[in-house]
Write a protein that binds this ligand. Structure first.
Ligand SMILES: Cc1cc2nc3c(=O)[nH]c(=O)nc-3n(C[C@H](O)[C@H](O)[C@H](O)COP(=O)(O)OP(=O)(O)OC[C@H]3O[C@@H](n4cnc5c(N)ncnc54)[C@H](O)[C@@H]3O)c2cc1C
Length: 458
């Protein structure tokens, strides 16, 4: 036996891929395998935007493997059954895969290990593939994970990182490895019209452009909503078409305050992963309960609908919610203020918002999404759980001339800042010209008072 299986999951790349490199060791034949896992679909996680991006990723991975003499093997069904079947068909004696953090990923790994052992096959799970610093690699003295970012970041920054690996030159795939069809993006319906393209080649192009250009100004411009001056690498990190280890090395290589600020964001990603790895229940349960009795009555349901549709009457909130629907992506500042608006100003359960984001975000990721929602809702790791973002103040600060609002809310395209952020201040015929745009669904000070009352904050 001289065959290894590499199970690709959230690591759909050939560069810097430790499981693939280990599998190829000693000139072994390799089965690069992706399983379209029916449990992921059953959990509602396989939504059109991510399926479309995934289709691009698989196609590109297959093309990259073919250029190296191999091909991608795609199967559908139960992931454990399929891996065991492929291993048996190809006479493989080992399987390599990346470690991951969710409760599902832990169960998958345990099931896979047992099933493979029963047929004489070994499972090797590799760290630092989907994170730069693996969960548990840095811990405080008294706990298995950090609950506060700043001390985490201090230790994270001092961690030794392995070198990034190049892509293999050749990959020999045994003939016995049968593959199903690759999914086709054009056949997936209800995809956001402005969805980005996926795949490692696309990711590497974006990364190269980012390192040449945007990263320098990142520290100064990352919160500017209209400038759109962040990397937009999040879907590539989610699907693993780019390696976080490689990103940290290359950003540090670029140097400067922009690169430092960017690396800090990559550490946030690892931070949330180490929280979820230690507390997998935090995907659905409050990390720290505040004993909330969230609004859920009919009026609350109408508020949620207006929020989802981008018709709250707060232009910056509506712009962001419409960007989400159109692109399957949203600027980080916009995620913060729309989430604060739902969970605090409207006082609606963060899970309702997190679910909507996961239904649309191309980078929709259990750790980053749920833990950020909890952070904003004050049930997570934020050290100031009572802070509420004022959408008008946020808009004036982060969209000072109103360009972001005008881009996404065409009803207000004729208005300048600052009134574009507060159209309800228009009077008489001026207001009538904008009557296609709704009045605010909530008074901000009433929303704030309701939240403070509910939480018992003085
Ligand atoms: C309510 C809410 C929900 C979110 N849901 C997700 C999600 O499902 N998936 C996701 O990848 N990010 C999520 N984020 C984090 C962040 O908004 C996005 O990672 C970022 O906007 C992606 O754009 P970018 O790649 O241009 O980021 P950049 O600013 O260029 O940052 C570089 C990378 O750092 C990571 N990063 C940056 N900020 C964070 C953060 N706060 N938490 C974790 N990682 C971060 C991302 O991988 C990002 O690609 C969420 C944030 C909030 C407030």
């Amino acid at each position: 036996m001289n065959v290894s299986v590499v199970l690709f999951t959230s690591d759909l790349r050939l560069h810097d891929h430790p499981p693939l490199r280990a599998a190829l060791d000693g000139s072994r034949q390799v089965v690069p395998l992706f399983v379209r896992d029916r449990a992921v679909a059953a959990a509602g996680f396989a939504v059109p935007n991510r399926l479309a991006f995934l289709a691009d990723c698989l196609r590109d991975l297959d093309a990259g493997l073919r250029a190296r003499g191999g091909r991608l093997v795609v199967r559908s069904g139960d992931v454990v059954d399929e891996v065991c079947r492929v291993a048996a068909e190809t006479d493989a004696d080992e399987v390599h895969m990346a470690a991951d953090v969710s409760a599902y990923a832990h169960r998958r790994e345990a099931r896979l290990r047992r099933a493979l052992e029963a047929q004489g096959c070994r499972l090797h799970v590799h760290d630092a593939v989907t994170t730069a610093v693996p969960p548990g690699a840095v811990t405080p003295a008294s706990s298995d994970h950090f609950a506060v970012f700043t001390p985490y970041f201090r230790q994270w920054s001092r961690q030794w990182l392995r070198d990034a690996l190049g892509a293999p030159r050749t990959v020999r795939v045994p003939d016995a490895a049968r593959s199903g069809e690759l999914p086709v993006r054009a056949e997936i319906s209800e995809v956001s019209p402005g969805l980005a393209s996926g795949g490692e080649s696309e990711g590497r192009k974006r990364l190269a452009a980012w390192l040449r250009g945007g990263i320098t100004a990142y520290q100064d411009r990352h919160d500017d909503l209209a400038a759109d001056a962040t990397s937009r690498l999040s879907p590539h990190l989610h699907f693993g078409t780019l390696s976080p280890v490689e990103l940290v090395h290359r950003a540090r290589g670029a140097g400067g305050p922009g690169a430092d600020a960017f690396v800090r964001q990559l550490a946030w990603r690892d931070f949330h992963r180490q929280v979820l790895a230690a507390r997998p229940d935090a995907a659905t349960a409050d990390y720290r309960t505040r004993h909330d009795r969230w609004r859920s009555e009919r009026a609350a349901r109408a508020d949620v609908e207006a929020w989802r549709e981008g018709r709250t009457g707060y232009p910056v909130v509506d712009a962001a919610m419409r960007q989400l629907r159109h692109e399957g992506w949203m600027h980080n500042r916009a995620r913060l203020l729309t989430a604060s608006f739902l969970a605090k100003t409207l006082y609606v359960d963060w899970r309702v918002g997190a679910r909507h984001f996961l239904a649309l975000l191309v980078d929709g990721d259990l750790a980053s999404n749920q833990m950020n929602w909890q952070w904003v809702a004050g049930t997570g790791t934020d050290t100031r759980p009572g802070r509420v973002l004022n959408p008008v103040g946020q808009a004036k600060r982060h969209d000072p001339d109103g360009a972001y609002v005008r881009r996404w809310v065409p009803e207000l395209a004729g208005l300048d800042a600052p009134v574009v952020h507060e159209p309800w201040k228009l009077r008489g015929p001026e207001r009538a010209a904008y009557d296609a745009y709704p009045d605010p669904i909530v008074d901000l000070s009433e929303g704030l008072a309701r939240f403070k009352r509910a939480r018992g904050y003085g």
